[in-house]
Design a protein around this ligand. Structure first.
Ligand code: SAM
Length: 213
């Protein structure tokens, strides 16, 4: 997803250091210092406009959240939602999530969320997919024992690739949904901007998995 440049973004990021982390590596092992309460941390990579991470933070005051987004104009929009929400249990980071294992210490993350990640359909771009084995190895480094990776998408090809990749890594599946919005079980679904936009066009797929001990 490429968005138009927002001229106000750079200044907005610079003016909100309380909600935006600019050097995540310096917090490795010390993320709780960014929050008033010491509580489990959920991380979303590819936060987009921020609706999911802000709503998760609102629904779950007993958890802390970190949203990572690579594009300046996009992260600025998410940051504005965070600031406007008044919530203190959510922080944003403007960076590439691939280096997530340099930002967090082993076991520092309780849950990881990937929502409607860019599909990178060309074979030569496979390594950029957020569910490629390179990324999975980094997630394994930072997730606490039993910590879950939650991935949802409307892209069937990316979902099939991800299911195979998680299975081969190996990861243990806690749940697979082939049509999340028609699910009959009691699964939580806090919707993202993409989800709201694209769910009318077809099913939303979801997998939740964890790394074995
Ligand atoms: N999760 C949001 C949603 O569901 O509405 C946004 C989905 S959008 C298709 C994918 C987002 O992931 C884009 O905003 C993109 O900039 C971001 N992204 C892609 N690769 C990334 C990476 N390596 N690190 C951080 N963000 C990334």
């Amino acid at each position: 997803m490429r968005v138009r440049n927002k001229p106000w973004a750079k200044d907005y990021l610079a003016n909100h250091p309380d909600h935006l982390v600019s050097q995540p590596e310096t917090l490795k092992g010390n993320w709780q210092s960014r929050f008033p309460q010491d509580q489990p941390i959920g991380v979303e990579i590819g936060t987009g406009m921020g609706q999911f991470i802000v709503e998760m933070a609102r629904e779950h005051p007993e958890r802390n959240f970190v949203g990572i987004e690579i594009q300046e104009s996009v992260v600025a929009t998410a940051l504005r939602k965070v600031v406007d929400s008044g919530l203190t249990n959510v922080q944003m980071v403007h960076t590439d999530g691939e280096a997530v294992n340099t930002f967090f210490a082993p076991g520092e993350v309780s849950a990881l969320y990937l929502n409607f990640s860019d599909p990178w359909p060309k074979k030569r771009h496979t390594k950029r997919r957020l569910t490629s084995p390179i990324f999975l190895a980094h997630y394994q480094d930072v997730l606490a024992s039993g910590g879950q990776l939650q991935f949802k998408t409307d892209n069937r090809g990316l979902f099939e690739y991800s299911l195979q990749g998680l299975n081969n890594f190996p990861m243990v599946f806690d749940g697979v949904w082939l049509d999340l919005h028609q699910a009959t079980d009691d699964v939580e679904d806090i919707q993202t901007e993409y989800e709201q936009k694209f769910s009318a066009k077809g099913p939303i797929y979801q997998v939740i998995a964890h790394f074995p001990e």
